[in-house]
Design a protein around this ligand. Structure first.
Ligand SMILES: [Zn+2]
Ligand SMILES: [Zn+2]
Length: 313
């Protein structure tokens, strides 16, 4: 490190600083300002700011951060599919069979999923087949419904694979399009959408603006019904789910878990969770063993044993 340090042996100071700034985890970067040591001026999320803005974050004042947030807002307001997915040297995407070239211009006006993923990432490899099956169902449904104002859906793979060979073999399994391996837009997209973990599915509307960054979660919750991921659609689905939950047993046994699991909802003992059955994220309704922190999607409970007195509501 090119900077200074508190001596290793000085435990008292280290303890005092930990207490003073409520340090709960590391790395943690607290920024103090030279002429203003009031608490409001102290920034505690230095790590996040560096990650997000890099050197631009300096001098870490409230004013500087507001400027950066305004710039970011403007970038999102001016966002179009073309400026997200093309650059100076390229206005095509990869299709199948490779090296089929698909012009980005042909995607304008469609609902687009940007799929941030990589072959080295286990949750990605688990999620991809699920996304493929849902993508195909959405496409099939469109064929059934016929042409609704030229409405269409496409996914673009945004790869963080480490080499061309893993990209090639991973993309080979996907029925959709991709940005080329190592393309400069990939880093920009990760930054623009503040992608902190993969897999991540960002949904863009027909106007090229962001609809949601929670595509993965919504796919897990609602499968193909999540399409087109708009607020209006999600409200509808939530109502439907609340309605369906009324007919679910209040408690069940599942998957060899030795305790009874209770039905909980977002506002009533539940909240975002990782399903112990399918390892995917969940929110809304869940079956939960509070004692063990065991939670599963209602849809993942296959063999259910209804516990007495559960259905007389
Ligand atoms: Zn599940
Ligand atoms: Zn338990």
């Amino acid at each position: 490190m090119p900077w200074l340090a508190i001596p290793f042996s000085d435990l008292d100071t280290k303890k005092a600083l930990n207490r003073r700034f409520d340090i709960e985890g590391i790395p943690s970067l607290v920024i103090l300002h030279p002429n203003d040591n009031k608490d409001e001026a102290t920034l505690r999320d230095g790590v996040e700011l560096i990650y997000r803005y890099g050197v631009e974050a300096f001098p870490f004042t409230k004013q500087r951060l507001e400027e950066l947030q305004d710039e970011e807002r403007a970038r999102h307001e001016n966002q179009t599919l073309t400026n997200l997915l093309t650059n100076h040297d390229r206005d095509n995407l990869l299709g199948h069979p490779t090296p089929e070239q698909v012009p980005v211009a042909s995607l304008v006006g469609k609902t687009i999923g940007l799929y941030f993923s990589a072959h080295w990432c286990r949750p990605c490899v688990n999620f991809t087949p699920r996304l493929i099956s849902i993508y195909q169902k959405i496409k099939e449904q469109m064929l059934v419904d016929g042409d609704q104002d030229g409405e269409d859906f496409e996914i673009v793979f945004v790869s963080s694979d480490r080499d061309q060979a893993s990209f090639d073999s991973y993309f080979d399994t996907m029925p959709w399009l991709a940005l080329p391996f190592g393309d400069p837009n990939i880093k920009q997209l990760v930054k623009h959408f503040d992608v902190k973990g993969i897999p991540c599915l960002v949904i863009l509307g027909p106007d090229g603006k962001t609809v949601t960054k929670q595509g993965r979660n919504l796919i897990n919750l609602y499968q193909e019904n999540a399409y087109p991921f708009t607020e209006a659609k999600l409200e509808l689905l939530e109502k439907k789910m609340d309605e369906e939950a009324k007919s679910l047993p209040r408690s069940v046994y599942h998957g060899g878990h030795r305790h009874e699991l209770n039905l909980v909802s977002e506002g009533n003992g539940g909240g975002p969770f990782i399903c112990c059955d399918c390892d995917e994220q969940g929110s809304g309704w869940a079956y939960q063993c509070l004692e063990c922190g065991y939670e599963v999607h209602p849809k993942c409970v296959t063999v259910t044993v209804t516990v007495a007195a559960s259905s007389n509501r």
